[in-house]
Design a protein around this ligand. Structure first.
Ligand SMILES: CC(C)(COP(=O)(O)OP(=O)(O)OC[C@H]1O[C@@H](n2cnc3c(N)ncnc32)[C@H](O)[C@@H]1OP(=O)(O)O)[C@@H](O)C(=O)NCCC(=O)NCCS
Length: 196
């Protein structure tokens, strides 16, 4: 009976969550969440090459916390150069590191709220565009489309129809061509090793 009551309570409870800046105490919880949400192959993705050994863009590592402060969602944006313009100038932009929500909390609007908060913060900070590799069916709702990445390539295997971009400033990616390059600040120390 108690189990049934708990289930009903969980079902009817208001889904309360807050968005917060990630802090150093969140690293282990975030990595565990990413393992659960994305599976073991996540570190082999081409986007990982653009993140390894770097810190996220200033102010653009966000988490969602539940009422007890536990991390149940994560998104980080990374500084990159999205190829070069026709005049040969590098095009600064951001790349979405995984957006992930704890599988126990999916479908409550957490992913959407977190993604919109990250987009707004990137806009506030004056960034021109955000790129990512992900499901178009999910990311189109935020304004991400494959059209603007036509002449760009990831530094490794990727599926073109999943390589998407959102311009925060109109025309920012106009004419941008070439390979994405990491441009964020380098990590001062090696990443935290987790217990096996
Ligand atoms: C994708 C993810 C971040 C969505 O988080 P969430 O908190 O459940 O998202 P929201 O509640 O804001 O949105 C849920 C909606 O998105 C849809 N959705 C979720 N993943 C989708 C996908 N890959 N493609 C299309 N639609 C998707 C759901 O069906 C749901 O639709 P509805 O609103 O019509 O019911 C989460 O499922 C996750 O962490 N997945 C594993 C990691 C991952 O794949 N991340 C990158 C996405 S390509």
């Amino acid at each position: 009976m108690a189990a049934v009551v708990d289930t009903l309570r969980a079902f009817f409870a208001p889904s309360t969550f807050v968005i917060d800046a990630e802090n150093p105490g969140d690293v282990v919880a975030r990595e565990n969440l990413l393992d659960r949400a994305m599976g073991p192959g996540r570190s082999k993705k081409s986007s990982e090459k653009l993140r390894r050994g770097r810190v996220p863009a200033d102010g653009l590592a966000l988490v969602t916390r539940d009422v007890d402060g536990h991390v149940i969602g994560t998104v980080r944006l990374w500084n990159i150069e999205a190829g070069v313009t026709r005049e040969g100038q590098a095009v600064p932009a951001l790349l979405v590191g995984p957006l992930a929500v704890d599988p126990a909390h999916e479908g409550k609007g957490i992913g959407g709220t977190l993604m919109r908060a990250a987009i707004q913060e990137a806009k506030n900070r004056g960034h021109g565009a955000i790129l990512l590799v992900g499901d178009a069916a999910y990311y189109e709702r935020f304004g991400f489309f494959a059209e603007r990445t036509q002449h760009l390539v990831m530094p490794g295997p990727f599926e073109r129809n999943r390589f998407l971009a959102l311009e925060l400033k109109e025309g920012w990616l106009e004419g941008a061509a070439g390979m994405l390059v990491a441009s964020g600040r380098k990590l001062a120390m090696p990443p935290v090793k987790r217990a096996a």
